[in-house]
Ligand binder design. Structure first.
Ligand code: GTP
Ligand code: SPV
Ligand code: MN
Length: 606
């Protein structure tokens, strides 16, 4: 489609300005069709950027290898450029919006020379639904176009909804590597060096400007940039919640269903929990979303959640037929793989896929790779943050209502993270504010989902939103408390804290995780139903030792450890929150949360 054909004058003007600034060879407006997807893929294959995978084993699948410097989000180059620094708060990188726009305009000048410009109209949420938000991404990356096709709803139907003067979030993106006349990428992933990368958000004007990275959340701007950082600001203003949460439906043997949202930091198990195959007979879990939830109040005073996305951008390593068969089935066809290993017959392989590498591989850097199981220090064949992009509709356990524009009523909200010690398998908040307290203290061992952090150390990641909250986190905590005041306690979701990642002294998992997590979900279901057995402890309600059936391989002693309150450990935890975590938020830390901290400390001292 041509720019001249657009009905929306504002949109046309914005595109024309971008063209004048970025100077692409030509401009193409995406219509979201299959032909368009196929043509884009062909271009990517012809240029050597994409490798078609084995058409028998992986029909419609393609492999990309990114630049080794461009393999994950870059938190230290991600900015919340609100007018006042205080509005961005202590947890976000801030730059003055006027200064930042100046810097980035200079970078954008001529940045698309030798490249095509694509205009991607997309909807987060079902097209036309009154909770959906429209964005338009301008990009010079075909990789972004095909990924956006899968991750969002793209094209003509979005433009129809937008009409002549509809609202949209403008999302500017360039890989930041102009080409000289006659020059091509030669199959090499284009991006800019780290110090030139900017992933910028302008919350007041609701704009996104991204430069220099082609990877994941840095470049697919509907996801973390729009659906979380910008949407969290809109949600604050409008009285709803935009969260880094999976949404699942769980049905008990009697056929009764409940909906659960769960916030875990990046690479801490959302996709896996969302698609879980229960190990307990008679229970069923279905998927509504695996990464982002938008929650709004219904007329009945309950919170309803929608998944604004249309696909999964999931972590490949560790995904296998045992751990997540539904993800494995979702990625059998029509899937884009980024930074995984490739076998000689052009299938994919990664660490933790469930079987040894079948012969020689090409690793994610494009080099020959032979598995050496005796060499513990061998570099992996797949990058630890290697990902698959797959259409949600391919997941065999999508809940039929996953695209319901009204969303699903939320019965429970879970928080969690990777905590090798102290935090038990599950505990339940006494009330909403106690639950907000739980969300505010989420901590997790750092994973490889962000480039610039030291994997393995524990950092606080409140509500799993540390890298995704578009405003002052103290105000965000307050917003959560206020949400609780908009309805009655009985209509609010119950809040729980889970931890699948306890380890033994010799570093083994204390809890088998994955499908076995269904045992904990069943208890949560029962608690919401008013039946599950619990004891009152200083940190909240916990299952009695017999309330959760013990999985095979977990001894009675293990179970006791998983469900014990580590009083001394929690005292240290509380002290750390008091001395290091909460003070960061200064006067914006809601008094209610200090009160919760005092109360829990008192209970621990008894
Ligand atoms: P993002 O897409 O980055 O937001 O990640 P996510 O939260 O969806 O995490 P995902 O489900 O992709 O899991 C990340 C890693 O954690 C994978 O390597 C999984 O194999 C591993 N994992 C997930 N669930 C469990 C579990 O219950 N126990 C253990 N031990 N590992 C798990
Ligand atoms: C995450 O890091 O939480 C992701 C991947 O889901 S990305 O889209 O790159 O943010
Ligand atoms: Mn995520």
């Amino acid at each position: 489609m041509k720019v001249e054909e657009l009905q929306h004058e504002g949109l046309k003007k914005w595109i024309q300005e971008a063209v004048a600034l970025m100077q692409p060879e030509d401009v193409y407006v995406c219509d979201g069709s299959q032909q368009e997807y196929d043509a884009m893929i062909k271009k990517l294959v012809d240029s050597g950027m994409a490798t078609p995978l084995n058409p028998q084993k992986r029909p419609g699948c393609y492999l990309f290898r990114s630049d080794p410097s461009d393999v994950a989000r870059v938190e230290n180059r991600t900015y919340i450029a609100s007018k006042s620094q205080d509005d961005a708060g202590p947890t976000n990188n801030w730059l003055d919006p006027v200064e930042l726009k100046k810097t980035m305009t200079d970078l954008y000048r001529g940045c698309m020379k030798g490249r095509h410009m694509y205009v991607i109209p997309f909807s987060m949420g079902p097209v036309g639904s009154n909770i959906a938000k429209i964005g338009v991404e301008i990009t010079d990356s075909e990789y972004v176009v095909v990924n956006m096709h899968i991750m969002t709803r793209v094209g003509k139907k979005v433009l129809d909804v937008l009409g002549k003067n509809g609202e949209y979030v403008p999302c500017l993106h360039s890989v930041g590597k102009p080409l000289a006349a006659g020059e091509s990428d030669n199959g090499k992933w284009p991006c800019a060096p780290l110090e030139k990368k900017y992933i910028s958000h302008f919350p007041e004007t609701r704009e996104i400007w991204s430069y220099g990275s082609g990877y994941g959340g840095n470049a697919l701007l509907g996801k973390k940039c729009l659906a979380l950082r910008i949407a969290s600001v809109i949600a604050r203003d409008e009285g709803w919640l935009a969260e880094h949460m999976l949404i699942l439906k769980i049905t008990n043997p009697a056929g009764k269903s409940k909906y659960i949202c769960a916030a875990f930091p990046s690479a801490c198990g959302k996709t896996n929990l969302a698609m879980l195959v229960p190990t307990i007979p008679g229970w069923k879990v279905e998927t509504v979303g695996d990464d982002i939830a938008w929650m709004k109040f219904g007329k009945d005073g309950r919170l309803y959640a929608i998944n604004p996305e249309a696909g999964f951008f999931g972590v490949a390593p560790g995904t296998n037929m045992q751990s997540n068969p539904n993800a494995m089935r979702s990625i059998e066809k029509n899937t884009i793989f980024t930074n995984v290993g490739m076998t000689e017959d052009k299938d994919v392989w990664w660490e933790g896929i469930g079987y040894d590498a079948p012969g020689k591989l090409i690793d994610w850097k494009g080099n020959e790779w032979v598995q050496d199981k005796n060499n513990k220090a061998q570099e992996p064949a797949a990058h630890p943050n290697a990902r698959f992009t797959a259409p949600a509709r391919q997941c065999p356990v999508m809940a039929p209502e996953w695209e319901d524009p009204n969303g699903v009523p939320v019965d429970a909200i879970l928080f969690g993270g990777r905590r090798p010690s102290i935090v038990p398998l599950v505990h339940e908040a006494k009330n909403w504010v106690h639950g907000v307290f739980m969300g505010s203290i989420v901590g997790s061992e750092i994973t490889t989902a962000a480039l610039d952090l030291k994997a393995g150390t524990i950092r606080r990641d409140p509500f799993a939103m540390l890298p995704f909250c578009g405003y002052h986190m103290g105000d965000y905590f307050k917003h959560w408390i206020n949400i609780g005041k908009k309805t009655t306690e009985d209509k609010l979701p119950k809040i729980f804290f889970v931890n699948w990642f306890r380890k033994t002294a010799d570093g083994k998992w204390l809890w088998p995780g994955y499908g076995e997590n269904s045992r904990v979900l069943a208890w949560i279901f029962e608690r919401c139903d008013g039946t599950g057995k619990a004891v009152d402890t200083p940190i909240g309600y916990m299952p009695t030792i017999d309330a959760i059936q013990r999985p095979e391989g977990v001894s009675e002693a293990d179970m006791k450890e998983l469900l014990a309150v580590d009083i001394e450990g929690w005292k240290k935890e509380i002290a750390d929150i008091r001395e290091n975590h909460y003070p960061k938020f200064g006067s914006k830390l809601p008094k209610e949360l200090w009160d919760e901290l005092d109360a829990i400390e008192k209970r621990l001292q008894k």
